[in-house]
Design a protein around this ligand. Sequence first.
Ligand SMILES: *Cc1c(COP(=O)(O)O)cnc(C)c1O
Length: 400
Amino acid sequence: MTVDTMSARDHMALAERWGAHDSVPFPVVLSHGEGAWIHDTEGRRYLDFHGGYSATNFGHRHPVLVAAAKAQLDRLTLSTRAFHHDHFGPFCQELAELTGTEKVLLSNSGGEAVDTAVKIARKWAYRVKGVPDGAAEVIVAGANFHGRTTTIVSFSTNAAHRAGFGPFTPGFKVVPYGDIDALRAAITDNTAAVLLESIQGEAGIIVPPKGYLAEVRDLCDDTNTLLVADEVQCGLARAGTTLAMDHEGIRADLYTLGKSLGGGLVPVSAVVGRADVLGVITPGDHGSTFGGNPLACAVGRAAVRLLATGEFQERSRELGAYLHSRLNELDGVTEVRGRGLWAGVQLDEERVAGRRVTEALAERGLLCKEARGHLRVAPPLVVTHEEIDLGVSIIADVLS
Ligand SMILES: *Cc1c(COP(=O)(O)O)cnc(C)c1O
């Protein structure tokens, strides 16, 4: 069958019939995109305020990223870690330099990076901290989102993410996000790490109380506990800085990165951090067939080059301040949360109609996602002031 001659209805019917029902996608069938815009098979054009959950921070098909991918497609795409390849070392160096870290472990999805960080923290606890074998604990925050692997859903507080998937991986404790006393009370001699999102994304773009992350850092230092920051979504310029923790002027021991690290072209993720902590990983411990592959590294290097100019961080800060001020003016909006070009827009009771709002936005040409009572606004960082004005006017229109 030729996809070009199929209608949107045909595509949706096939997806429904043959695809597992892991999502209820919007009734639009996307076919191509450029910058902050996406087109569907019916010839309609949408402004993208969804941003691929921050995987498309550079916009759709950024020319620098596409050129890097095309060049690499003509050279080498897979080597596995059984051999060296000529983008691996440079990518590790450039990513470490961008993030001010010492070592890099590459993988594919964000969930895989988080899972790997948990493994590293546990091994560090046994080999370095002296925790009795099998007793290591990792403390996480309520309303976290770290991915969907069996271990990660084991410490999720979202019932839908867990139901039917047990038995769960033990060794995790959950404390409320932003509550330093609860964290202090939870840490024991067996605590390997505290794992947190620097800004909680899926929970509604929740910025922790001022000073909280610095207190977490101090607590980790005092108790010889690792601080692991999940920056898969908030990192790499989305929050207006290279790492969202930079806002607080503190450093985590490990960071997990993903989403826009692959430029929205290919899945690329990483654990980056202290050399002595990542140093617990030795040959044979861990591995991934596709992790750090030549195509991923070539595209990742181009993404890092874009970030190294600081332009995207600056755009995020500047356009983000503008977006927040525009959203705060709207009727029906009770709170705008977030940092940089990233907003959790809380709607008042009357307007909390979940999908009704976002479907009405899509009908008017704006793609945006809701989650439990709020709209998540995360346009690609290449969006312009005029495009923000357009998107905000569509939101205003739907809310009234
Ligand atoms: C999306 C996300 C993940 C999981 O990434 P996948 O690539 O979907 O596995 C992990 N942590 C955070 C904070 C995320 O937003």
